[in-house]
Design a protein around this ligand. Structure first.
Ligand SMILES: Nc1ncnc2c1ncn2[C@@H]1O[C@H](COP(=O)(O)OP(=O)(O)O)[C@@H](O)[C@H]1O
Ligand SMILES: [Mg+2]
Length: 146
């Protein structure tokens, strides 16, 4: 049995570029049918990390990845498929249903979710939890739990 602790890790980054680079590294260990939950305050770097993960997976260039704050779901698809979801403005279960995430969980994709504590998503996919914390203006602590 693999030791769970081996798969947990913590990093400090000192710029958004470093966070994007960490995202690319995390992407190397992600397979389709994985749900990635990104928690942390506003401005903690969830969208920035997603730029790295999506570009590392070959789903989009980092500049193409923008916050799905208002659109709620972005789909990136090139060499692989990534859905980037923001639950911040989803206020009730009806709105959640209209996002059609159940169908997404039937696809060969990786799903990345910001503000995952707002709703529990139903899926049997393995979950990678990543928490981002402000340390200072340009420093963030990134904890990965698998
Ligand atoms: N080390 C860092 N990692 C990530 N973002 C950083 C870092 N230092 C400064 N920032 C800035 O913090 C902001 C993070 O914003 P964003 O990724 O949209 O956060 P969130 O999606 O968590 O609200 C960006 O303006 C980014 O440039
Ligand atoms: Mg964001």
């Amino acid at each position: 049995m693999p030791n769970a602790a081996v798969n947990n890790s913590e990093f400090i980054t000192n710029s958004s570029e470093e966070t994007i680079e960490r995202g690319r590294e995390i992407a190397r260990s992600l397979k389709p049918h994985t749900l990635v939950l990104l928690s942390g305050d506003l401005g903690a770097g969830k969208t920035t990390l997603t730029k790295g993960i999506a570009s590392g997976l070959g789903a989009a260039a980092e500049d193409e990845v923008t916050s799905p704050t208002f659109t709620l779901v972005h789909k990136y698809e090139k060499k692989s498929r990534v859905y980037h979801v923001d639950l911040y403005r989803v206020s009730n279960f009806h709105d959640l249903e209209t996002l059609g995430l159940e169908d997404v969980f039937a696809e060969d994709a990786i799903v990345i979710v910001e503000w995952p504590e707002r709703f529990t998503l139903r899926t049997d996919w393995p979950i990678v939890r990543i928490h981002l914390e402000h340390i200072s203006e340009d420093s963030r602590k990134i904890s990965v739990e698998r």
